[in-house]
Design a protein around this ligand. Structure first.
Ligand code: SAM
Length: 253
């Protein structure tokens, strides 16, 4: 991880992101808890509750990493509907992250395990996923890392069945000036320091903070989603924790 993250040419972004997540794969879950004081768990729980998958849902979880969303989805189906016919296919560009996910699913109950499949692949080109084959598409804390956000959303549109739902959970932009000051201090001082302390990797977490700032605002991203053909309800998003994160959603009609 001894290269600079500033002013990286676009074509190198994919390789760099790969490097970031290989560096952090084994520490990834610990770091999430440390950086967000566990709040990412609540955001992810809310995300799945908003998705509210009915029995038998076929979900594609893109940039699924170590399986937080996939696992919550299956637990929701199990606990709310006693449904073991739901399926989730996890795609992530980084083999190390997918491997951590695979190991994690090995340790879950058999019926959950049999409902999951995992694949190394790119959100911008889901070559192995047939068009109109999925009921729902989720991407959590992943789209920000992709080079072409619009291509990711267009691929989501392609693979969803008519009536299918696109849902994205991502860091976003704080809407409150007072909170915003604390948030800036936290992101630019505390997070890189935690990265150094826990993962011995300040650069990767510096990158993370910068990538959050560069990502489109809630309204801009909602417009990208509509431009790809999705129908959005209301403004198309819901802020979590003053906009530190946001859930965007759209329907393929
Ligand atoms: N969704 C998981 C979660 O919420 O815990 C993982 C989120 S993690 C912050 C971001 C993930 O995006 C990493 O596992 C990374 O490998 C993956 N990723 C980055 N660029 C990608 C791309 N172009 N296609 C697929 N996955 C990608």
């Amino acid at each position: 991880t001894h290269f600079g993250f500033r002013d990286v040419p676009e074509m190198d972004k994919e390789r760099m992101v790969g490097q970031v997540f290989s560096n952090v794969a084994s520490k990834y879950d610990v770091m999430n808890d440390a950086m967000s004081a566990g709040v990412h768990r609540l955001w992810k729980d809310t995300f799945i509750r908003r998705l509210a998958p009915p029995p038998g849902t076929k979900l594609l979880d893109v940039a699924g990493g170590t399986g937080d969303i996939a696992l919550r989805f299956l637990n929701y189906c199990d606990q709310v509907h006693r449904d073991h016919t739901a399926q989730v296919h996890l795609v992530d560009i980084n083999p190390d992250m997918v491997e951590v996910g695979r190991q994690r699913f090995k340790n879950t109950a058999f019926d959950l395990r049999s409902q999951v499949s995992l694949e190394v692949g790119n959100a911008e080109n889901l070559a192995n996923i047939p068009s109109e084959s999925m009921d729902a598409y989720t991407i959590a804390f992943g789209i920000r890392n992709c080079t072409h956000v619009d291509r990711v959303v267009q691929e989501a549109y392609r693979v969803l069945k008519p009536g299918g739902r696109f849902m994205c959970l991502e860091f976003s932009h704080v809407d409150n000036p007072l909170i915003s000051q604390f948030y800036d201090l936290y992101s630019f001082q505390v997070i890189p320091a935690l990265g150094q302390l826990i993962a011995a990797d300040r650069d990767s977490y510096q990158y993370l903070v910068e990538s959050i700032r560069k990502f489109p605002t809630q309204d801009q991203f909602a417009q990208i989603i509509r431009n790809s053909g999705f129908y959005t309800v209301g403004q198309g998003y819901e802020n979590l924790t003053f906009g530190v994160a946001a859930i965007h959603s759209g329907y393929k009609l």
